[in-house]
Write a protein that binds this ligand. Sequence first.
Ligand code: NAD
Length: 491
Amino acid sequence: MTVLDHALAPLVDTLAVPTDLLVGGSWRPATGARRLEVADPATGTVLASVADADVEDARHALDAAAAAAPGWAATSPRERSEVLLRLFEAVREHSEELALLICRENGKALGDARGEVAYAAEFFRWYAEEAVRLRGHLGHAPSGANRILVGYQPVGVSVLVTPWNFPAAMATRKLAPALAAGCTVVLKPAAETPLTALAVAALAEEAGVPPGVVNVLTTSQPGPVVGALLADRRTRMLSFTGSTEVGRVLLRAAADNVLKCGMELGGNAPFVVLDDADVTDALDGAMVAKMRNGGQACTAANRFYVHTDVHDEFVAGLATRMGALRVGPGADPSTGCGPLINAAAVAKVDGLVQDALRRGARALVGGSAPDGPGSFYPPTVLVDVPHDAALLREEVFGPVAPVVRFDDVEDVLTHVNDTEHGLVGYLYTGDLARGLRLAERFESGMVGLNRGLVSDPAAPFGGTKQSGLGREGGTEGLLEFLETQYVATSW
Ligand code: NAD
């Protein structure tokens, strides 16, 4: 196991963070001996380097996953459940080191990183419990000719591709149900944040996951490497979390082998505050929905629609709370808003803000990028944002809250649904029945009703329209990694 580079070593003294590829139970350098540097977004300095896999490594990882598949599929649900429970305990035991690792490679504030690790660990516990609760069913054919026996089998070798914004949770949300179902996997984490996934894989080994069941490829060439994995006929499932743009490319690639696909893609979440809402509650929810991970979340509130009766009170409160957040390195406990992932992200966010300002929006706080070092952007509240501003249509992925005033609920519903995305929407009202009626009219896979946080390992997370296919978490998340088999018989 390779020892971490100097900058991270003091932070992770009890956590072994390998920096090579995990293939068939052994840690090995990339075939081409290439390395990939991981930078700290708070300073731009290099934290560590990891192995940089190419297509030959992809083939080796798939060889290992395919070889381990029959043995893992044949284990009992109880055995798989116990491995997952040990993994849950291992992540919990190392939660502080994992949180610091996430702060350093992703940049998020320590509180957010701790929250992510707790969330990530819970997927192992939830699927340890689900592994032994899976039931088929028995029915009669209407004609009486035969009985209908329905059961489940693991889908087979699964390719898991994850983004940088939740480097632990996006990996465990896939690993846990895949392992519970009896699938072997090749995990490809984002090049920006490979260390957390490698640390989780090392804990999986410690917890007793057999060699070849979990393989990890870190790479600077995701196109060719993932392409090679999807083109191989031994692969049966693609589980992807990332942008809609890359998701479309991978769906096309997956079509050749007719792979089962779970796709968790981008969002453009509306946050609606009705005239009868409790404004303090709505502000509490808004801060979570907007600022978890500095706004770099697929579930981030992307656009706020606030009824004219409560608009001024809401925006004043939001500006005060956003303006009070201290911007700094995530690992500093006083930081409320860490850096964005890189300089390109800052340029994109600032471009969207300047476009809105040119179109007549006003900044109550924030509104421009500071000079470096580090890829920081200040928490920003924009009011009087016109409907044609690009940041109401695109995923901002930063600490920017654009607010639009409204007075007609029907009109605001049209805007809520006027997007190709359909991941999540938020709604605040003092009347639960009214809220439920309106929630049903949101074209999204999830609604936060008087809640700024919807993520829960026990709940089916996922989107409609171009936000995705399938669900992660809940019982639904396990079914994604299973094939239904029906046996016709009579006795
Ligand atoms: P991304 O699409 O750029 O990358 C995601 C993953 O795909 C990474 O591992 C990346 O290396 C890989 N990738 C990139 N190009 C590829 C290619 N051509 N072929 C194969 N793999 C490729 O997304 P990102 O910037 O890492 O993450 C941010 C995006 O993820 C946002 O759009 C966000 O909304 C979305 N996201 C969605 C969810 C969800 O659950 N719906 C959760 C988190 C993030």
